[in-house]
Design a binder for this molecule. Sequence first.
Ligand code: NDP
Ligand code: PYC
Length: 344
Amino acid sequence: MSAQSPTVDNASALIGFDELVGLLHAVFVKHGTSPQVAATLAHNCASAERDGAHSHGIFRIPGYLSTLASGWVDGQALPVVTDVASGFVRVDAGNGFAQPALAAARDVLVTKARSAGIALLAIHNSHHFAALWPDVEPFAEEGLVALSVVNSMTCVVPHGADRPLFGTNPIAFAAPRADGPPIVFDLATSAIAHGDVQIAARKGERLPPGMGVDSLGQPTTDPRAVLEGGALLPFGGHKGSALSMMVELLAAALTGGHFSFEFNWADHPGARTPWTGQLLIVIDPSKTAGQSFAERSQELVRQMHAVGLRRLPGDRRHRTRAKSLEEGIVVELDALNQLRDWAS
Ligand code: NDP
Ligand code: PYC
């Protein structure tokens, strides 16, 4: 524990957002990333922790470090951006992380979206080990609509099949609105994210029914049975399964990345990151006819509240964010001490 980290109780402490970004930056650089890659990943990971997106915050750091140590991913990769067409940008992430590839292409993507009304970013040869909302929310904060999909690693049984094939394949969407933070959702197309299964296993908790199967394909609520030879199910039966298939097509087939079943960690003990692809679509809604898009999205929110809706997707995150920025981010003391060890 450091003098700057007031304790909450015996098990947890408070840390400021900037301090956490700095600590994570030091951890990434110490474990082989370039300072630029470290800056992007540290901001991403600290943002998840700040917003209470725990399955993709500090919890992920051991996976990042073991993957870097295994040589599976290049923490120093320099993304190569290609301006393919008026509304199409491609990035070869160079076997590095997806977020620095997005950062490298961001300016040209936004310029194209504002000029043509829509632009697409296809990232391949990339590793995405994080929450997806940080990739789309900033576009909506500057008035754009953004949609992203990324595929992961085989652990989901397509609806009606016998064995896993798809990844947990999230879809994230962000849109501006007039009187509040952007409307954002970010959801795995599996019934539960793989990260949450790991967290349940670590805490000794059961999963809700309908999330996964064991190694014999039988329904189970035991997260260890899912992780040790079992698999997850798509959310919503055939509907989630179709969306997961779409994510494979857009994030891998369209980008030139690997499908979730097309890579193998076997030769790289410690590898944890999916080597796949990611697609982003950015739309400039100022090109739409009529009232401003942000006013229209605000009206939709107003009407949802009027029929009794209390929680929009993103509300929980924004509430947690406000509290974290006001009081500090609550972090387990053991995890904080571990980060300090790794950074030093
Ligand atoms: P959740 O099921 O927890 O949440 C999905 C979305 O629904 C969020 O936008 C959430 O908002 C919203 N939401 C949740 N509960 C409610 C409710 N009761 N009412 C209204 N809205 C609600 O997320 P998942 O478990 O599906 O995914 C967790 C994370 O895992 C995501 O960030 C995803 O990107 C990440 N992931 C990453 C992968 C990768 O390959 N990189 C693969 C799979 C998942 P809020 O956030 O405000 O709670
Ligand atoms: O939680 O399913 C998940 C996941 C896969 C890759 C990164 N997160």
